[in-house]
Ligand binder design. Sequence first.
Ligand SMILES: C[S@@+](CC[C@H](N)C(=O)[O-])C[C@H]1O[C@@H](n2cnc3c(N)ncnc32)[C@H](O)[C@@H]1O
Length: 204
Amino acid sequence: MRSDQFGETYHSVYGARSESEHVFISAGYGLTDKNPVSVLEMGFGSGLNAWLTLLEAEKLRRKTLYTALERFPLGRSQWEALNQNRQGSEAGYFKAIHEVAWDQQISVTDFFLIRKLQVDLMLWKPDDFFDVVYYDAFSPEVQPELWSADVLSKVREVMNPGGIFTTYCAKGIVRRTLQSLGFEVERIPGPRGKREMIRARVRS
Ligand SMILES: C[S@@+](CC[C@H](N)C(=O)[O-])C[C@H]1O[C@@H](n2cnc3c(N)ncnc32)[C@H](O)[C@@H]1O
């Protein structure tokens, strides 16, 4: 799916699900065994990352508190189209996540509690702390303001000690900005079609 506004796809053209599983689930959520665990997603978008996290939370029976920020929510027809080839409980969970009202906290399952906030990251007033951050903004080429030191520092401030920040982006400027904010930064192998990605941690 492509954003008309930003001219960029929501996920890798090499496979949305495999990218999301690699960048956010394996390299982020799967790296901590905190239970309960609190996750912040920048850019709820199609809901794919949230849905995959719910499936993982169910599998691991891990209580997950998921906060997602989104400035431009998709319309029902857009997310329904993305769910049309799914069946059974997987389809039901995707629908349930999308039907959660904005700005409310709702338990979708016993293990997955979500709060979707319709807000601009730049104006967001955080009221919580997070163990894992999925930084899934559009690229620095199209939204450089979301990768600035000011904005990434705002995110850094709401991360718990030992917190993990993961993103598909591998840009040197982003890596250096994260380092300048005190993160321990790694370049790790990216998903299919991308040599590298960035993962950063807050010192424990
Ligand atoms: C790469 S997409 C996210 C994909 C999403 N994580 C998923 O699983 O489908 C980036 C998202 O950031 C949202 N966005 C753009 N500018 C924003 C801002 N200033 N604050 C919050 N969200 C923003 C876009 O509307 C888009 O949904």
